[in-house]
Design a protein around this ligand. Structure first.
Ligand SMILES: Cc1ncc(COP(=O)(O)O)c(C=O)c1O
Length: 456
């Protein structure tokens, strides 16, 4: 791995006028940031020409990497043909309709309708509008409450951030009063005290208790990611999803599977709900639907919900100017074609994901690694002072922050969440590139151990 310079205020291109999302603006003035100017396969290139192996697929978006010419060509061809028309008031574009059809082919059975948005956040707002409308049409208008999970990420609009379980976001806003949070099935946090099954049982029970305390006749839906992504790649124990489904079905509570990260092959199958073998009522998608090349999100609507929405009549008073934007839909169609015509998904399940899982597992023996988790092409490492414990190395996640910064400045893009490191490399990554990623991670772990005085 090449040594890369640390970011400083001096070596960024920026004038300071751009306010970065999820950034400490005051700190940014001191430290500066990194600006990216190029992408090539599974690599990104910063403005100083450094190549970084992208262990995060952009922001869980570029599952097929940065060099997919067919998507780029579809975008420019659509710009030439019809750069924009809206989808309000019974109108739309041909390409929007084609993407809806093709997506339904890729969705689990029983999903024959989609509603497009520009992002995952807007898609989750749309979910709330849809479930409220559904129960209104069924004559159950009191069913308005929504239950989500601690540490979840469902976006950054008011609804998305309310649904999310991120303390730091809630501290800066007034959340929606009808959104509630229950436990996440975070097995590592209970290491040594509860078995994974007991954690799954306890987290599921917290949902049952919450629904029962509000009253099932008031609760519309439970929203969750099959695997919590931004919350730390929290992979639930095997008993969790079957229990959740049982609890929701018994109480007539809809299940929204937020697949903004887990969709499009990330967990090893098309959809995370397929990996965990459950049938949701609504599916949120975004990000990888266009391989990140255009902003697009949406909600896939199960036949049960669509049957009511499409027969009861009355306008659904919701939508966005750019819902079903033709250029974004052209990117989505080209992306779907790549999934359907290439062997990417079968390669992931037969070769790449098993290789990834074994390669990352080698790091479990490292002195500061307390747990390694993988599922499909997701991964997480928990950093600890002593293996076999959950004791952290330093307050304020300082060790994980150091490790992430070291990795980035040595050519490997990874992300830190609390005292953990998370990974989500492009699905098209080759085994030699996985080897390179693991080598970079190991070096970063060694450097972190040394910096915090732990022998590795
Ligand atoms: C699970 C999940 N849902 C929703 C969102 C929000 O998507 P967007 O940033 O496109 O609004 C994200 C973004 O990371 C996500 O991970």
């Amino acid at each position: 791995m090449t040594i890369q310079p640390q970011a400083t205020a001096e070596n960024t291109l920026e004038s300071g006028r751009f306010l970065h999302p999820f950034t400490d603006f005051a700190q940014y003035k001191q430290t500066g940031g990194r600006t990216y100017v190029g992408g090539d396969g599974v690599y990104i290139i910063d403005h100083q020409g450094n190549r970084l192996l992208d262990g995060m697929s952009g922001l869980w978006c570029t599952n097929l990497g940065y060099s997919q010419d067919s998507i780029k060509q579809a975008i420019t061809a659509q710009l030439d043909r019809l750069p924009f028309y809206n989808s309000f008031f019974n109108c739309t574009t041909d390409i929007t309709l084609r993407l809806a059809d093709q997506l339904c082919e890729a969705l689990p059975a029983g999903f024959e309708h989609v509603f497009f948005t520009n992002s995952g956040s807007e898609a989750n707002d749309t979910n709330l509008r849809l479930v409220h409308r559904y129960f209104d049409l069924l004559g159950q208008p009191e069913k308005k409450h929504i239950i989500a999970r601690t540490n979840a990420y469902h976006g950054s609009t008011i609804a998305g951030a309310s649904l999310g379980g991120m303390k730091g976001m809630h501290e800066q806003m007034l959340g929606l009063p009808y959104v509630h949070h229950v436990e996440q099935p975070y097995t590592f946090a209970h290491l040594g005290s509860l078995s994974p099954e007991a954690v799954g049982q306890q987290a599921a029970q917290s949902l049952a208790d919450k629904i029962d305390s509000i009253g099932a006749d008031q609760v519309a839906a439970f929203i969750a990611e099959p695997i919590q992504g931004a919350g730390g790649v929290i992979i639930p124990p095997d008993n969790y999803w079957p229990l959740i489904v049982e609890i929701c079905r018994e109480r007539d509570v809809l299940i929204i599977s937020d697949e903004v990260i887990c969709g499009f092959g990330r967990t090893g199958q098309w959809w995370g709900c397929e990996t965990f073998n459950f049938e949701p009522d609504l599916i949120t998608f975004a990000k990888a639907v266009t391989n990140g090349y255009q902003p697009l999100g949406g909600v896939a609507i199960s036949d049960k919900i669509a049957a009511i929405l499409t027969t009861e009549g009355g306008e659904f008073a919701h939508g966005f100017t750019y819902s079903g934007h033709p250029v974004a839909c052209a990117a989505g169609l080209a992306t779907l074609e790549l999934y359907q015509q290439s062997s990417v998904l079968s390669d992931v399940s037969s070769t790449i994901a098993p290789y990834w899982s074994q390669a990352l597992a080698q790091l479990a023996d490292h002195a500061i690694v307390g747990e390694v988790r993988t599922q499909g092409m997701l991964g997480a490492l928990e950093l600890v002072k002593e293996s076999g414990t959950t004791d952290r190395i330093a307050p304020d996640a300082a060790a994980a922050v150091f490790c992430r910064n070291y990795a980035i400045s040595h050519g490997l893009m990874i992300r830190q969440v609390g005292d953990g490191l998370i990974l989500s490399p492009p699905l098209i990554i080759q085994t030699s590139e996985i080897d390179q990623l693991i080598m970079g991670l190991e070096q970063a772990l060694d450097a972190t151990a040394a910096a915090f005085g732990i022998a590795s």
